[in-house]
Design a protein around this ligand. Structure first.
Ligand code: BGC
Length: 767
């Protein structure tokens, strides 16, 4: 998105790091206190039809985050009461100015709700959401959301278009960077964490912002990984895979939901009555409002289900889209549709009520403006930097750490006189460290790997040489020789390779997911010198780095780490911080394997039987797979190394048999435990993962499904018994009758370090 350089970094409120965990009251979903409801009704009773329709209109007057779409004179629209929401106003001065027009210049004095794509921070940038998810630490992610809420709200932005809770199983899709990966259980945990962090304890706290769960729904299933593309999703997969994170967000009181661009089984998501009304409102009881994605209401014409704007408005509105982002189609058509009787007035009132309820809940009527003359608060900025560094450190995933000269290459020893060569086009690129949706961050705020490493080298008497070697997408080898010389003269080489910050995110799908340009050629040449090489990979998606995985002794997946990229990396490389991240997406061996995800079905001809049922030993030839490639990923979901090692005891289950009927009635639960031991000689954090598999059920279930996880920090030699529970929420699924229920069958349970390891315990699920 366009950035506004005039933003002044200010923080008005210090960061209360504790993010509330209980279900949030007063929000959205609820009607709010009776006085608030009465206030909304009183306003509604005095509004003209046109003013009501005005509340459904959202505009972005200046900058754009989508295809250009002219907006008529914004000031005049606001004064006429024709603007309910705006996006892309980013400074206190801008929001205050526009707000003044609404509050002082319009007949009803209704404040505007200002929204923005605050995706992984506002001015202080945290890692991209895919990186944040690799922390497997929802509490930490909640803290980053709370911090972003404070920065954004200080400028009058009280609505963020986040979290993106789309499940993504295809790394070609650029927007995989914006979500929490491929798993619905983990995705739901992060959805809740973001909502709690943004919305805080109460929306009327001036530092709270209303969250927006997007993109409803199935957007991540875009065919071929091409952004905006069609999706075909069975109702079972929709309900079992794509909907759960949205339901989790709604359960935690998310105030708004954004309808997606894609068509689901032929019906555009932004005109889809099944998802928007049947599921979201009727089944889940959502009482906030639905905002369309950018011009998505207009796009239902391009999808082909409306020939004119009036029909597009009718279809989207009746399906359940309350606010129209940037199409202007509601503004010009909904009043006519009400007059003609095609849209009942009560239906319009419902949408306007939902929008006004949020404005009341945010306290916008009492406090429509924010202070402009605030002094930057160094204490708050220092807190932000510390949080950004910690979040970055927790996002890194150590993929390889082989021995070099007798010991694992990482962590590096910071010995005096040590010569380090830092190579690669991303070692000193501040702009790229921002990743997609950089919001108000400034490259000048970023600390690159090169600058942090130079500082460290100078402080500890090490010698650092630097050469980019090549460009991110370049083909010229002119820089190779300088890089090779640096490598030859070094004791250790750190290579910073990967994608540019804008190769992922919206409209940034790739058909190839290798290292771009000639970076791999440079890597091969440098590794050929025989020097120990640490590869740091920056990217917004899993990259197929099969060669590196085999030949480079240490590989660290760094995603796009945000403002504190350099310090977090240097602390990790030298062992002041430990890499504790775990993959939330499968890393394919090659692009031909995608879509790839750990929780797939077994098929009737699996290549490997994951439970080892002897009777179904696979035929060596007639099996699902490729003749030229494994089925398994290069690195599985849940995988990540640390600087120590852990062992697991077999999983212990509290019962050999459980009644599925009792599970459904909430009367039976299974306790599962396992002991995790730190078997290395450094302290470290392990993420123990609980997986299940169900067999003998009315529909085939995935080979594994995540149903619990715990992070545990252990000293060398220390062990801890971790306890988990499985009940209806974990064991029910959408069965052959499309009922969500547990069924009789066999249950296998793993407590394991990732989705590919461990030995299951078996439990019988009786009638
Ligand atoms: C994106 C949304 C974003 C919106 C507003 C759209 O193009 O799909 O994720 O929130 O623009 O900027």
């Amino acid at each position: 998105m366009q950035r506004n350089p005039s933003i002044i970094p200010v923080l008005v409120w210090l960061l209360p790091l504790a993010v509330q965990t209980g279900r949030l009251a007063a929000q959205t979903g609820d009607l709010g206190p009776p006085q608030a409801q009465a206030r909304v009704d009183a306003l509604l009773g005095r509004m003209t039809l046109e003013e009501k329709v005005g509340q459904l209109n959202q505009i972005s007057p200046d900058s754009t985050t989508g295809p250009k779409q002219a907006v008529e004179n914004a000031d005049e629209l606001i004064r006429n009461g024709s603007v309910g929401g705006m996006l892309n106003a980013v400074t206190a001065r801008e929001t205050n100015g526009l707000q003044r027009e609404a509050v002082e210049g319009s007949r009803m004095h209704i404040p505007i709700l200002f929204g923005l794509d605050v995706i992984h921070g506002f001015r202080t940038l945290f890692p991209i959401p895919l990186g944040l998810s690799a922390s497997w630490d929802p509490a930490l992610v909640g803290q980053t959301a709370r911090y972003a809420a404070q920065e954004a709200s200080s400028q009058g932005v009280r609505w963020v278009f986040s979290p993106m809770v789309d499940i993504a199983r295809d790394p070609r899709w650029g927007r995989i960077a914006e979500g929490a990966g491929e798993d619905p259980y983990l995705g739901s945990a992060f959805a809740r964490a973001y909502v709690r962090g943004y919305q805080g304890e109460s929306l009327d706290n001036p530092t709270s912002v209303v969250a927006c769960a997007k993109h409803f729904v199935g957007y991540g299933a875009a065919e071929g990984g091409r952004d905006y593309n069609t999706t075909e999703i069975s109702e079972r997969t929709l309900r079992g895979v794509y909907l759960p994170p949205f339901q989790a967000a709604v359960g935690d009181g998310v105030g708004t939901v954004m309808s997606a661009f894609n068509a689901i089984n032929g019906v555009p998501a932004s005109a889809n009555a099944f998802t928007l009304t049947q599921v979201l409102r009727t089944e889940w009881g959502f009482r906030g409002f639905v905002d369309s994605d950018w011009t998505a209401v207009r796009e239902v014409m391009l999808h082909g289900i409306a020939d004119d704007e009036r029909t597009a408005a009718l279809r989207s509105f009746l399906a359940g889209v309350d606010m129209d982002m940037q199409s202007g189609i509601y503004l010009h058509n909904v009043a006519g549709l009400v007059r003609s009787g095609q849209v009942p007035m009560e239906r319009l009132d419902e949408s306007v009520r939902a929008i006004l309820r949020i404005k009341v809940a945010l306290g916008l009527f009492e406090h429509p403006y924010v202070g402009e003359a605030v002094v930057p608060d160094p204490a708050a900025a220092a807190l932000g930097a510390t949080l950004a560094r910690k979040a970055a450190e927790e996002s890194f995933v150590l993929l390889e750490n082989r021995k070099f000269g007798g010991a694992p290459l990482l962590p590096l020893a910071a010995s005096k006189g040590r010569r380090i060569a830092l190579l690669g086009p991303l070692a000193d690129s501040a702009e790229d460290m921002l990743g997609c949706w950089s919001c108000q961050a400034e490259p000048s705020d970023m600390v690159t790997l090169r600058s942090a490493l130079s500082e460290r080298a100078a402080r500890q008497g090490m010698h650092l040489s630097f050469a980019p070697g090549t460009e991110v997408s370049g083909t010229s080898e002119a820089g190779f020789s300088k890089a090779m010389d640096a490598a030859r003269n070094a004791d250790v080489v750190v290579m910073a390779l990967g994608e540019s910050g804008h190769s992922s995110g919206e409209a940034s799908s790739r058909s190839d997911i290798n290292l771009p340009g000639n970076q791999e050629k440079l890597l091969e040449a440098v590794v050929g010198t025989g020097k120990p090489v640490v590869l740091v990979v920056f990217s917004g998606r899993p990259l197929s780095i099969a060669w590196a995985s085999e030949h480079v002794p240490a590989v660290l997946m760094a995603w796009f780490p945000g403002t504190q990229a350099g310090p977090a990396l240097v602390r990790t490389l030298f062992g002041d911080a430990e890499p504790a991240g775990r993959l939330t997406v499968s890393v394919p061996r090659s692009v031909g394997q995608v879509p790839i995800y750990y929780n797939h079905l077994n098929t009737g001809r699996p290549r490997v039987d994951p439970i080892g049922l002897g009777a179904t030993k696979p035929d060596p030839y007639f099996v699902t797979g490729y003749i030229d490639q494994e089925n398994t990923p290069l690195y599985p979901f849940g995988y990540g190394l640390t600087y120590t090692s852990f062992s697991y005891s077999p999983a212990h289950v509290s019962a050999a048999t459980l009644s599925s009927k009792d599970i459904n009635l909430g009367k039976a639960r299974l306790a599962v435990s396992a002991e995790v031991r730190n078997t290395g000689n450094r302290e470290g954090t392990e993420t123990a993962q609980l997986y299940i598999r169900l067999r003998g059920t009315s529909v085939a279930r995935p080979v594994r499904e995540l149903k619990g996880f715990q992070r545990v920090h252990l000293a060398p030699g220390e062990s801890r018994r971790l306890e988990f529970e499985l009940g209806r929420d974990e064991l029910a699924f959408w069965n052959a009758d499309m009922k969500e229920a547990a069924e009789p069958g066999s249950l296998y349970v793993w407590v394991a370090p990732d989705s590919a390891r461990g030995t299951p315990a078996k439990v019988e699920l009786a009638e």
